[in-house]
Design a protein around this ligand. Structure first.
Ligand code: AMP
Length: 114
């Protein structure tokens, strides 16, 4: 399967606004933001969907949530609140098949989501 756009970003073959990076994760501003803060937190290892995860990925997934809360604090959206979500496959509208968590904040979100 061809490499995802996020793998190209990780390898600096495609531009992005990087807001956080460590050995396992990268976080970038979404190119089509749905909120004043819309950041994608992405594992560097290309995993296509949540369905491909197993128990060995538990620490990695936990790290993403911890990084998300730190970014939320840095962006000053922690107290007002934010949404952290992952789309899986077509019914959820997943378009990039490389797992990414959306961190959205800076406005009020409805529930249930559309
Ligand atoms: P999803 O629908 O969950 O797969 O979300 C994919 C997200 O990636 C969308 O919010 C897109 O706007 C975003 N996106 C796609 N290409 C890029 C890119 N080159 N840089 C930043 N965000 C991107």
């Amino acid at each position: 399967m061809s490499e995802s756009i996020f793998s190209k970003i990780i390898k600096r073959e495609f531009p992005a606004e990087i807001v956080y990076e460590d050995d396992e994760l990268i976080a970038i501003n979404d190119i089509n933001p749905q909120a004043p803060v819309h950041i994608l937190i992405i594992p560097k290892r290309e995993i296509s969907t949540l369905n491909e995860l197993d128990e060995s990925d538990a620490i990695l997934m936990g790290k993403i949530i911890i990084v998300a809360k730190k970014i939320a604090a840095n962006k000053d959206i922690a107290e007002d609140g934010y949404r952290l979500l992952v789309n899986c496959n077509k019914n959820a509208g997943q378009t990039v098949f490389h797992i990414h968590f959306h961190l959205l904040g800076g406005r009020i979100f409805g529930w249930p989501p559309g």
